[in-house]
Design a protein around this ligand. Structure first.
Ligand SMILES: Cc1cc2nc3c(=O)[nH]c(=O)nc-3n(C[C@H](O)[C@H](O)[C@H](O)COP(=O)(O)O)c2cc1C
Length: 388
């Protein structure tokens, strides 16, 4: 099990460190907590002991089992994360002051270090703090920028600790290795094609499968951009751009260079031939003429640069393998995931199933599982193609 050391310093937001710990555990990580003496004024070590199941280290000269924890603790972990980080601990890190356990640990730590500042806006914007943050950046520390919002001091401003789930996302994606250096573009969700200014044709795709792929690729260290439909309600910390129509999506794909493109968006096959300005009035029956939309995969796949990989997706109600193979070979994708839709399957649900079809004729069945599991399997298959 991978381990992270979570340093907690004396900020009013210290209680949020408990949520950070839980988020790491949800991702299958174990957490060792180290606190400053001042942090214990805000939250008790017993909370972290109970949640982590590991002894919490506070004092420089107590809470130790073998005495050299400040030198060795980082060796058994993937990284050190300090969240929340006070102006004071940031200043100590920047200037090499090691007068408590956490700052001694920082100096001795050879693993990646992440610092998530949390403080009043005045403290954050003070030239001394800004200087210290610059020093930390130069020293290779990853700074997880604080957010703007309502602060505990009843002021609105910058300095609020980044939300726990986002901190964990940033740490895990920076530590990811399997896809480091790869640019990944993912499309997800449903297109909307308008018949007038307020009504559109669409489909129930939630974007969940594409988002799971984007997040899992980010956790593997890829540089990910997600093109997500404006209709998707899902929350994600991946770098996201929204699209509404097929034309928006096409422009979005053209704008980005990629090594791997996952085309998981559910693009409408038809759209109204014209879009009326304003709202069409009720009264008499109208005939809505639909035109076939351009096929983005057929446009993009033949023009891809050498080395680029395109993964296609097909949602089908019947003859899955037959239709999947046809799409893969006729349109020139490198891999296709074909999944059944309709009768509660595929769209909007949290699980998925289907087949991966490779260009060499290989077929791999993916039995019903969470969309996250399916995402990992699709990515693993794609990596096997990238590596040849
Ligand atoms: C109620 C209260 C809230 C505080 N919140 C913060 C904070 O959010 N960020 C910060 O940098 N300092 C904050 N401080 C000041 C720190 O607790 C103080 O600088 C302390 O020396 C930090 O110690 P440490 O860095 O060793 O944990 C707060 C102080 C009090 C009394």
């Amino acid at each position: 099990m991978k381990k992270i050391i979570l340093g907690v310093s004396g900020s009013i937001s210290a209680y949020k460190a408990a949520e950070i710990l839980r988020e790491f555990q949800k991702k299958g990580w174990s957490v060792k907590v180290v606190m400053t003496e001042n942090a214990t004024e805000f939250i008790s070590p017993i909370t972290f002991l109970a949640l982590s199941g590991e002894k919490v280290i506070v004092g420089q000269f107590k809470d130790l089992e073998y005495g050299l924890e400040h030198i060795r603790l980082c060796d058994e972990a993937e990284a050190l994360l300090v969240a929340p980080a006070t102006a004071n601990i940031i200043a100590k890190f920047a200037h090499g002051i090691a007068d408590d356990f956490l700052s001694s640990l920082y100096l001795a730590c050879k693993k990646p270090v992440f610092v998530a500042p949390a403080m009043n806006e005045g403290m954050l914007l003070h030239p001394a703090t800004q200087r210290n943050l610059e020093i930390l950046k130069k020293d290779g520390v990853h700074i997880i920028e604080p957010e703007e919002g309502y602060l505990a001091c009843e002021e609105h401003g910058k300095g609020r600790l980044t939300e726990p789930a986002k901190i964990v996302f940033e740490v895990l994606s920076a530590l990811g290795k399997e896809m480091k250096g790869l640019k990944v573009l993912v499309t997800a969700g449903a297109t909307r094609e308008f018949m007038d200014s307020v009504r559109f044709i669409s489909n129930p795709s939630s974007g969940k499968q594409g988002i799971a792929i984007a997040e899992e690729a980010a956790y593997m260290g890829a540089d990910v951009t997600l093109l997500l439909s404006s209709s998707s309600k899902e929350k994600t910390f991946v770098k996201t751009e929204r699209f509404e129509t097929l034309e928006d999506l096409r422009a979005g794909i053209k704008k980005h260079d990629f090594d791997i493109l996952f085309m998981a968006a559910a693009v409408g096959d038809f759209r109204p031939s014209r879009r009326y300005e304003g709202k069409i009035r009720r009264g008499k029956n109208i005939t809505l003429e639909l035109e076939s939309t351009p096929d983005l995969l057929r446009e993009i796949a033949p023009n891809k640069k050498s080395g680029q990989i395109i993964v296609a997706f097909a949602a089908e109600t019947d003859d899955l393998l037959e239709k999947g193979k046809k799409k893969l070979f006729e349109k020139g994708a490198d891999l296709i995931f074909v999944n059944p839709v309709g009768r509660g399957r595929g769209f909007e649900s949290d699980t998925n199933q289907g087949y991966l079809i490779f260009r060499d004729g290989n077929i791999k069945e993916l039995p019903e599982s969470s969309k996250r599991d399916i995402a990992r399997k699709i990515i693993e298959a794609t990596i096997s193609i990238v590596r040849g």
